[in-house]
Design a protein around this ligand. Sequence first.
Ligand SMILES: Cc1cc2nc3c(=O)[nH]c(=O)nc-3n(C[C@H](O)[C@H](O)[C@H](O)COP(=O)(O)O)c2cc1C
Length: 277
Amino acid sequence: MVSVAREDSETREKLQSNFVSTEWAGRAGAGRAGAGRAGAERHGDVPSLLFYEAVNLRRDVRGQFSGAPIPSEVLVRMLGAAHAAPSVGLSQPWDFVLIGDPDVRRAFYHHVQQERQMFADTLEGAQADRFAQIKIDGILESTLSVVVTYDPARGAPHVLGRHAIADAGLYSVCLAIENLWLAATAEGMGVGWVSFYREQYLSELIGLPETVRPVAWLCVGPITHLEPVPDLERHGWRARLPLTAVLHLDTWGNSAATFLAPGSDRGGLLRPQVDAQ
Ligand SMILES: Cc1cc2nc3c(=O)[nH]c(=O)nc-3n(C[C@H](O)[C@H](O)[C@H](O)COP(=O)(O)O)c2cc1C
């Protein structure tokens, strides 16, 4: 584990020069201007994985952060991917607070440790032993933290598509986070989502307006490697379910396993069945 001692003023300067330069703002503008061009041309020299490679390689990273700097153009691409997410009524209700300040990160880390202990106190026996082995954050070791927030007032009151489902705004923020996570994977970076915190605490720590809600604290940065298996699975906490366990056909509980069987005609589902009137 990388020690806290690295987070001195020198590190802070390094962080700030990496993330908050004038070049940063200029490139953010350039990204928008280029948005109308064809995909292949637009992505040009951007290092990239095939889509399914990124999806399957993506990992929640806690223990593999190297602490190396993030090139500013890489960070801008990742944030641009997050900002390209779909959102209900095009409300784009997200904001991204870049946290380079070591004092803020250290304060948050201590809060997270308290929450970790609170959760640990609810466990017993083998489960308690297993949890004790699991690292739940890389706040101090990662290069940067990004707090992603939700502003329900953006685009309100007439957010198209949110009148019946208030949570649709929150869903939109989660899509931005997933875009950022996949973009980071394509860039060879790691992301770790930390949710062991009280919203009130984090809001006050980083000065969020009353109406803006923190959705995620993301640890971001270069890594030594991505583990092939999720940490929770490696530690025997929980395993990923097979797709058949979460797939239903027409009604809840009616297994759609045959739909996945090789050679199946997919139950006719892939043939047009409904007249569009
Ligand atoms: C909403 C959300 C909150 C999460 N909070 C934490 C967390 O506080 N600490 C942690 O170590 N992992 C957290 N994770 C990561 C999950 O544990 C992880 O996604 C899951 O175990 C599957 O592993 P994988 O992402 O590597 O495939 C969170 C993930 C999500 C989507």
